[in-house]
Design a protein around this ligand. Structure first.
Ligand code: CP
Ligand code: NVA
Length: 308
C-alpha cells in the first residue's frame, strides 16, 4: 500500500517546491484516495484558510479533503478577522501557527504568501496568488494521468493569459516531462523567471513553446486548457482584455485541429463564449468537472504528506 512521504520542503508555495519524485508520489497517493484504497487519519489536525479572493473549488475541496482525513478547517475571513484591518503578516502568521497545523492562503502578491511562510512555524500552502496556482496544477496532472498515463507522450496546449494557472502548469509540466505550449496574445506571456526555471528542468529545450498563434499551438495536442481572460483583481481591465484576447477562444474550430482524442480542461470558473464556448465545455471530450473533483484528492494527498 502507498503511504504519504515526508516532503523535503515544509511549504507548498510553488509547483517547484516538490521534486519530480515527490509530485509523482503525490499524484499516485491522490489516485489511491480517489479509488478509496487509502485511508489516512490525521487525528484532529486543523487547517486555517485565509482567502483574500473569492473561491468555490479551492475552499470547498480543502474543507472536504480535511474532513475526509479526520481533521477540520477554520475559515479565516480577512474581513471579519484582524487581517483585513492590516495586522502585519508576521504577527498573524506567528499567532496562527500556534493554533493551526497548516495554513492555506489565497492572496494577490506572491511576496505576501512568502512572508506568511517566513514567519509561520507550520506548513503554508498556496491556494492561488497572482503568480501561481500549484494546487490546481496537481489536480490538472492527475486528470491528465487518468487519461493518458504516460506524461512524456502528452502535449498540453494552454490558450489564454500567461499568469498564475499557466505558470504552475509550466513548472509542474516541466517536472513531469510534459510538452507544454502556451498560446497567448502579445504582452500576456508567462513570467520570464518561470520560463527560465522550466527550461532548466526540461532536458529538451523544445518541450516548452510560447507563441502568439493559437491555431498552430493546438496542432496534434492531447490536452487543450484555458482559464479566464480577466483574473480576480483585474475587473477594471475586462474590456481591454476582451479585445486583446479576441481569437483565443477554445471553440470547435480550434478543437478540430488538435488530436481527435484531445481532452478539454478549464480550472473554472468559466466565462462561456469568452475563453471557451458552451458547446466545448459540454462536449464529450471535456474533463472539466473530473478536473474540479480531482482538486479534492490531490489536496488530500498533499495535506497527508505535509502533515506527516
Ligand atoms: N479553480 C479554482 O481555483 O476555483 P475557485 O476560484 O472556485 O477556488
Ligand atoms: N487566473 C484565474 C484563476 C482562477 C482559479 C484568477 O486568478 O482569477
Amino acid at each position: 500500500m502507498l503511504n504519504p512521504i515526508k516532503l523535503a520542503k515544509n511549504n507548498f508555495l510553488s509547483s517547484l517546491d516538490v521534486s519530480t519524485e515527490e509530485v509523482i508520489h503525490i499524484l499516485d497517493l491522490a489516485a489511491n484516495f480517489k479509488n478509496k484504497d487509502l485511508k489516512i487519519e490525521l487525528n484532529d489536525k486543523v487547517l486555517g484558510l485565509i482567502f483574500d479572493k473569492s473561491s468555490t473549488r479551492t475552499r470547498v475541496s480543502f474543507q472536504v479533503a480535511m474532513s475526509r482525513l479526520g481533521g477540520s478547517t477554520i475559515d479565516l475571513n480577512p474581513t471579519t478577522s484582524q487581517i483585513g484591518r492590516g495586522e502585519p503578516i508576521k504577527d498573524t502568521a506567528r499567532v496562527l501557527s500556534r493554533y493551526c497545523d497548516v495554513i492555506a492562503i489565497r492572496t494577490f502578491n506572491h511576496s505576501d504568501l512568502e512572508e506568511y511562510a517566513k514567519w509561520s512555524t507550520k506548513p503554508v500552502i498556496n491556494a492561488l496568488t497572482d503568480l501561481e496556482h500549484p494546487c490546481q496544477a496537481l489536480a490538472d496532472f492527475l486528470t491528465i494521468k487518468e487519461e493518458f498515463f504516460d506524461f512524456k507522450k502528452v502535449v498540453l496546449t494552454f490558450i489564454g493569459d500567461g499568469n498564475n494557472v499557466a505558470n504552475s502548469l509550466i513548472l509542474c509540466g516541466a517536472l513531469l516531462g510534459v510538452e507544454i505550449r502556451i498560446a497567448c496574445p502579445k504582452g500576456y506571456e508567462p513570467n520570464p523567471l518561470v520560463i527560465q526555471k522550466a527550461n532548466e528542468i526540461y532536458k529538451n529545450k523544445n518541450l516548452l513553446k510560447i507563441t502568439n498563434d493559437p491555431n498552430n499551438a493546438v496542432l496534434g495536442a492531447n490536452v487543450l486548457y484555458t482559464d479566464v481572460w480577466s483574473s480576480m483583481g483585474e475587473e477594471s481591465k475586462k474590456e481591454e482584455k476582451d479585445k486583446d484576447f479576441y481569437g483565443f477562444t477554445i471553440n470547435s474550430n480550434l478543437v478540430n485541429k488538435a488530436d481527435k482524442d484531445a481532452i478539454i480542461l478549464h480550472c473554472l470558473p468559466a466565462y462561456r463564449s469568452k475563453e471557451i464556448t458552451d458547446e466545448i465545455i459540454e462536449s464529450k471530450n471535456s474533463r472539466i468537472f473530473h478536473q474540479a473533483e480531482n482538486r479534492m484528492y490531490a489536496q488530500q494527498a498533499l495535506l497527508s504528506c505535509l502533515l506527516l
